[in-house]
Write a protein that binds this ligand. Structure first.
Ligand SMILES: O=P(O)(O)OC[C@H]1O[C@](O)(CO)[C@@H](O)[C@@H]1O
Ligand SMILES: O=C[C@H](O)[C@H](O)COP(=O)(O)O
Length: 945
C-alpha cells in the first residue's frame, strides 16, 4: 500500500487498523465505501442498532426494498433483518479481497444481535447462529454484549466457530472475563477437534461514554472545593483513556500467557481490542481525542464518519498507547480515592448502553411497522379476472408457472424461462433491463424535473417528440390523455411519414421556440432520422448554426444518433439503458423525458410503477392481482383460441390501447401464434363478438359506472372472459405500464415464444428500402395497375369483380370465425378520418362477427405489423392509401415524405403477400373524406343482404 501523508494511512504503520463505525446503502451504491478502502486504507466496518436506525429511518433509500419485503409477507423484524443482512453482505464483499489478502486478519464487518436479547443467553446464541448463517460471509463478526449472560454466549459461539465482536464493554474486570470467555471458547473448540486458525474476535472497549458519565461527577466534586476538588480536576476527561491504556496492558498479559501460547501454536489468534464509542461528545475536547491517545500495535479503532474526516484532516499519528501507563493507573486510583467506584460506573454504563440501543431498535421497528402497513395498503389497483369457462385452464397455467419458478427465474434474468435456443437466449438476456428501470429512474427523476424547468425558463414554448413504436407511444399517451400541467410545455408527437401530418405539426408550433426530441433506441430508424433531418434543416434556416439548441436525443449509448447529436450540438443527449427493448421502454428516458417536459409528476408515476413491481416480485406464490397472473390468463386464453384481447377503455385512455398494441402484438405475434389487442373498437352487444375474444375493461377513478358494470355482466353471461382493471387516476398509467410489461413477458412464456424479438418487422423495411433505392436510381418505383376503379376509389390486388360492392362482398366473404380485419390507413390522422374508419370497422364487425383493428401507417408497422406477418394467418387486410395534397422533401434523401410513405405501404403489402395473407389495397383518390365516404357506401351495399 502506498505511504502517503494521509494520517489515516499512516496510523497503520503503528499497527492499528481503522474501521468505520457507520453503514448506509448509498455508500455502497455510490462507491464511497470502496473509495474509503482505497484512499484511506479502511480495514473494516462496525454497525449497531442506532446506526441502522439512522440509515433506514433517516432516508428513503430503503423504501422500495421495504415495500417489496412487506408485500412478500415479511414482518417488521424480518424486514429489518433482510435490509441489514443485504447491507452487511455487500459491505463484507467490498472487504473480501482485503480479508483474503491478509489471511483473514483484516476486512471485517460487524452485525449486532437484537439489543433486547442482552440478558438472554440462549436467545442470543440462537440469533447469533441465525445471523451468521444468513449473512454467510467469513469476514463477519457477530456483536454480542459483554453482559454476564453475554459472556456464556461468547464462549459458546467461539466454540462453534462463529466470529464475535464483544460490544458494550466498559470495565476492566469485565474485560478480563471477556478475554477469558474467548480463550475458553477456543479451548473448547480445540478439544472438540475443530480448527481454530480462522476464528476472529475483537473486544470493543467503549470510551467516550465513560467520560460522559464520570466527568459530571468529577465536576460536582471539583465544585465542592478542597483537596478532593484538585484531584477531581486533575483527572477530569482522562478516565476513559486511562482505562483503555490499562485494558491494553491486560490484553498483552492475557495474550502472551502460556495458556494462550498453546492456542497460538495451533493457529489461534489474539482477540484484538477495538476502541469504540470514539466520537467526542464533549465539545471542549479535541475531536480526535479518542484516536490520538490510543494508537498501538494489534489494535482497532472504529470511527464514525465525522471523526474519520477530522482525523484525515488534522490527525497526528504516533504510537502513544503505551506512553504514561503509570499515570493511567494513578488516574484510576485517584478516581477510587475520591469515592467514584469505576466498577459501579461501568455496571451503570452497561445498563444504559443496553437501553441506548434498545431505543433506536424499537423506534426502527415502529417505523418499519408503519411503512409495512402503508405498503400493504398501497397494493396495486384492483385487477379482477373472470373467465366463465376457462378458469381451470388458467389456474393450471398459474400452477405450472409456479412449479417452474417462473417469476424468480424472470427476476434472475434467466433466458431459459422463455427459450433455450442460444440465439434467443442472447436476445432475452439483453432485453430484461425494464424489470428494474423504475427503480433506477427514481433517482434520475429530479434531474429530469430540473431539465424541464430549465427548458421552460430558457424560453421554449412547445415540445415535439419524434419516434416510432415503443419510442413514441408512451409519449403519445401523455400528449393525448394527460392534462398539461401549469409548469409544463404542450407536447406533440410525430410518428408518421405522412406529409400532411408533418406539415400540420410544423404549422401549429412556434418553430424557433420548440424543442424537438429525436427518440430512437437504435438511432437508425428511417422515419426518425428523416424527421430529425427535416426539422433540423428547418431550424437551421431560422437559427443557423445554433439550430442544435432546439434538439434533444434519446438513444442507446454509441448509436449513430449519439454521433449526430454531438455533431449538431444538441442541447442534451439522454443515453438510455441498452438492455431495454423499444417496446418495454415506457418507464425509461423514452417515456419520462417528454412526460417531465409536460409537467407530469414523474416521481409519482414511478412510485405507482414500483407498487406493481413489488407485487410482481420474486415470490414463489403468484398473486391474483399481479401482472404475472394477468399474463398467465391472457397467454392461456390465447392458447385456447381467445387471442383477440379486446380493450374497453374510457375514451380519454384510448391511446393507452395503442401503446398496448405495440407491446403485445409485436412481442407475441410470431411463430404463427400471438395475441392481437383490439383497441379503440366501440363496444357492441355480446352477440357481435366471436368466441375468439378476451376482454379487458379499464375503469378510472371511483367505482365502475352502471353501464360499464352492465356491459361486463352481459359479456360474462355470454361466456366471454373479462378482466376488469380499476385505475385510481391517470398517474396509475405508471402501474399499468409495468403490469402489462410483466403480463406480456409472462404470456410469452405461457405461449412458448420469445417475447423480446420482432423477427418479421424487418421484412417490410427491406422491401421499402429496395423501393427507395429504385426511386433514387430511376426516379420512381413501379406500382401495379388497379383491378377496378369505382368513383374516386381504385382497388388493387382484387380479384376482378363486376362492381366494387361485389368485390368487397367477395373479399370480406373470405372471413371465417377467428379471423380479424385490419384497416391499415396510410392517411393523415384527424377526427373525421378517425370517425370514418370507426364506422367501417363497426360495419364489418357487426356483419361478420370478427374482430377489427385500425392502425395508421407507418405507425402500425412498429406495432401490430409484426403480428400481421408473424402471427396466425387469420388477418384480412384493407390497406387504404390516398394522394397527398402537399408533399415535402426529406433533406439529403432524394425523395419526399410522401414517397417514403408510399414505399412503406407497398413494402408491407409485398411482405404480407409473400406470407400468403389476404389483402386488398384501396386508394381513396385525391380527397380522403370523399374517398372514405364512398368506401363506406360501398361497404354498406356489400353487407346489405
Ligand atoms: O427506437 P427505435 O430503434 O427507433 O425503434 C423503434 C421501434 O421499431 C422497432 O424496433 C420495430 O418495430 C420497435 O421495436 C421499436 O419500438
Ligand atoms: O461498535 C461500535 C459501537 O457500537 C459504537 O462505537 C458506539 O458508539 P457511541 O458510544 O458513539 O454510540
Amino acid at each position: 500500500m502506498k505511504t502517503s501523508n494521509n494520517p489515516l494511512m499512516k496510523i497503520q504503520e503503528f499497527g492499528q487498523s481503522i474501521w468505520l463505525d457507520y453503514i448506509r446503502r448509498d455508500m455502497l451504491l455510490s462507491g464511497e465505501l470502496q473509495q474509503l478502502v482505497d484512499e484511506d486504507g479502511l480495514r473494516g466496518v462496525t454497525s449497531n442498532p442506532q446506526i441502522f436506525y439512522t440509515a433506514i429511518a433517516g432516508s428513503d433509500e430503503y423504501d422500495s426494498a421495504i415495500n417489496s419485503l412487506a408485500l412478500e409477507g415479511k414482518t417488521e423484524i424480518e424486514i429489518y433483518e433482510a435490509l441489514a443482512f443485504a447491507d452487511i453482505q455487500e459491505t463484507a464483499d467490498v472487504f473480501r479481497p482485503l480479508y483474503d489478502a491478509s489471511d483473514g486478519r483484516h476486512g471485517f464487518v460487524s452485525l449486532e444481535v437484537a439489543p433486547n436479547l442482552a440478558r438472554r443467553t440462549e436467545d442470543t446464541i440462537k440469533q447469533a447462529r441465525n445471523y451468521w448463517h444468513a449473512v454467510n460471509r467469513p469476514n463477519l463478526l457477530i456483536k454480542v454484549p459483554a453482559t454476564r449472560e453475554g459472556l456464556i454466549a461468547i464462549r459458546q459461539l467461539i466454540g462453534e466457530g462463529i466470529n464475535v465482536n464483544i460490544t458494550l464493554l466498559f470495565g476492566l474486570d469485565r474485560y478480563r472475563d471477556v478475554a477469558e470467555a474467548y480463550i475458553a471458547g477456543l479451548e473448547d473448540r480445540l478439544a472438540s477437534g475443530q480448527p481454530i486458525d480462522r476464528i476472529a474476535s475483537v473486544a470493543s472497549f467503549f470510551l467516550s461514554r465513560i467520560d460522559i458519565l464520570v466527568d459530571p461527577k468529577l465536576e460536582e466534586i471539583a465544585d465542592k472545593g478542597g483537596e478532593t476538588a484538585n484531584i477531581a480536576r486533575s483527572i477530569h476527561g482522562n478516565v476513559a483513556i486511562a482505562s483503555a491504556k490499562i485494558a491494553y496492558q491486560i490484553y498483552k498479559e492475557m495474550f502472551s500467557s502460556d495458556r494462550f501460547r498453546r492456542l497460538a501454536d495451533r493457529g489461534g489468534r489474539p482477540q484484538r481490542v477495538l476502541w469504540a464509542s470514539t466520537s467526542t461528545k464533549n465539545p471542549d475536547y479535541s475531536d480526535v481525542k479518542y484516536v490520538e491517545a490510543l494508537i498501538g500495535p494489534d489494535t482497532v479503532n472504529t470511527l464514525p464518519m465525522e471523526t474519520l474526516n477530522a482525523y484525515r484532516d488534522h490527525g497526528e499519528p504516533a504510537p502513544r498507547l503505551e506512553e504514561n501507563v503509570q499515570e493511567a493507573e494513578q488516574t484510576l486510583d485517584r478516581l477510587n480515592q475520591i469515592g467514584i467506584n469505576l466498577n459501579e460506573v461501568t455496571r451503570r454504563l452497561v445498563e444504559e448502553g443496553i437501553e441506548k440501543f434498545n431505543k433506536p431498535y424499537d423506534k426502527l421497528m415502529e417505523e418499519l411497522k408503519q411503512k409495512r402497513k402503508e405498503a400493504l395498503e398501497a397494493r396495486p389497483e384492483h385487477q379482477q379476472m373472470r373467465a366463465p369457462n376457462c378458469r381451470e385452464a388458467i389456474d393450471e397455467s398459474v400452477r405450472s408457472l409456479e412449479k417452474q419458478d417462473f417469476v424468480k427465474r424472470m427476476w434472475r434474468k434467466d433466458p431459459t424461462a422463455w427459450k433455450s435456443d442460444p440465439a434467443d437466449r442472447q436476445t432475452i438476456s439483453n432485453a430484461l433491463g425494464w424489470l428494474h428501470v423504475a427503480d433506477k429512474m427514481i433517482s434520475a427523476a429530479p434531474h429530469l424535473q430540473r431539465f424541464a424547468t430549465e427548458v421552460k425558463k430558457s424560453g421554449f414554448r412547445h415540445v415535439v417528440h419524434m419516434g416510432m413504436g415503443g419510442s413514441s407511444l408512451a409519449p403519445l399517451i401523455f400528449a393525448r390523455s394527460f392534462p398539461l400541467a401549469p409548469n409544463g410545455l404542450p407536447l406533440s408527437v410525430l410518428d408518421t411519414t405522412d406529409p400532411g401530418t408533418i406539415l400540420q405539426i410544423e404549422r401549429s408550433v412556434p418553430l424557433a421556440e420548440t424543442l424537438f426530441i429525436v427518440a430512437s433506441k437504435s438511432g437508425t430508424t428511417t422515419e426518425v432520422s428523416a424527421f430529425g433531418d427535416y426539422f433540423y434543416e428547418r431550424l437551421k434556416s431560422i437559427k443557423g448554426s445554433a439550430a442544435g439548441d432546439n434538439f434533444v436525443a434519446i438513444t442507446d449509448p454509441r448509436t449513430p444518433l449519439v454521433e449526430l447529436a454531438r455533431k449538431r450540438n444538441f442541447l442534451q443527449i439522454f443515453l438510455n439503458f441498452s438492455d431495454i427493448g423499444g417496446r418495454y421502454s415506457a418507464l425509461s428516458y423514452f417515456g419520462l423525458v417528454p412526460a417531465a417536459l409536460m409537467g407530469v409528476d414523474v416521481p409519482e408515476l414511478l412510485e405507482r410503477a414500483l407498487i406493481m413491481m413489488y407485487s410482481c416480485n420474486a415470490t414463489s406464490h403468484i398473486s391474483e392481482e399481479s401482472g404475472v397472473a394477468l399474463g398467465a390468463a391472457i397467454g392461456e386464453l390465447a392458447n385456447l383460441g381467445r387471442n383477440k384481447l379486446t380493450l374497453l377503455t374510457p375514451p380519454d385512455l384510448n391511446t393507452f390501447g395503442m401503446w398496448l398494441e405495440q407491446l403485445l402484438a409485436e412481442s407475441t405475434g410470431k411463430e404463427d401464434t400471438g395475441i392481437l389487442p383490439v383497441a379503440g373498437e366501440d363496444p357492441g352487444d355480446p352477440e357481435v363478438y366471436g368466441t375468439d375474444r378476451n376482454f379487458v375493461c379499464f375503469q378510472i377513478g371511483g367505482t365502475e359506472n352502471d353501464s360499464a358494470a352492465n356491459r361486463v355482466k352481459r359479456l360474462l353471461d355470454a361466456g366471454h372472459p373479462v378482466t376488469t382493471i380499476q385505475m385510481g387516476d391517470k398517474l396509475d398509467i405508471g402501474q399499468e405500464f409495468f403490469r402489462w410489461e410483466i403480463a406480456t413477458a409472462t404470456a410469452g412464456a405461457v405461449m412458448g415464444i420469445n417475447p423480446f424479438d420482432q423477427p418479421n418487422v424487418q421484412e417490410s423495411k427491406e422491401n421499402t428500402n429496395r423501393l427507395l433505392k429504385e426511386i433514387t436510381s430511376k426516379g420512381t418505383f413501379e406500382e401495379e395497375l388497379p383491378g377496378l376503379k369505382s368513383g374516386p376509389l381504385s382497388f388493387y390486388h382484387a380479384k376482378e369483380g363486376s362492381s366494387a360492392s361485389s368485390l368487397l362482398r367477395d373479399f370480406f366473404g373470405q372471413c371465417s370465425p377467428g379471423d380479424y380485419i385490419a384497416f391499415q390507413a396510410y392517411l393523415t390522422e384527424n377526427s373525421a378520418t378517425d370517425r370514418a374508419l370507426q364506422e367501417m370497422r363497426l360495419l364489418a364487425r357487426d356483419k361478420l362477427h370478427v374482430a377489427t383493428t385500425v392502425g395508421y401507417g407507418p405507425r402500425y408497422l412498429h406495432s401490430t405489423g409484426q403480428f400481421h406477418k408473424g402471427g396466425p394467418n387469420s388477418g384480412i387486410f384493407v390497406q387504404l392509401t390516398a394522394k397527398d395534397k402537399e408533399d415535402i422533401s426529406i433533406p439529403g434523401a432524394g425523395y419526399t415524405f410522401g414517397t417514403l410513405k408510399r414505399a412503406q405501404a407497398k413494402g408491407d403489402l409485398d411482405a404480407l403477400l409473400r406470407h400468403g395473407r389476404r389483402i386488398l389495397r384501396i386508394d381513396l383518390g385525391r380527397n380522403t373524406d370523399e374517398g372514405l365516404a364512398a368506401m363506406q357506401q360501398i361497404m354498406r351495399e356489400a353487407f346489405k343482404s
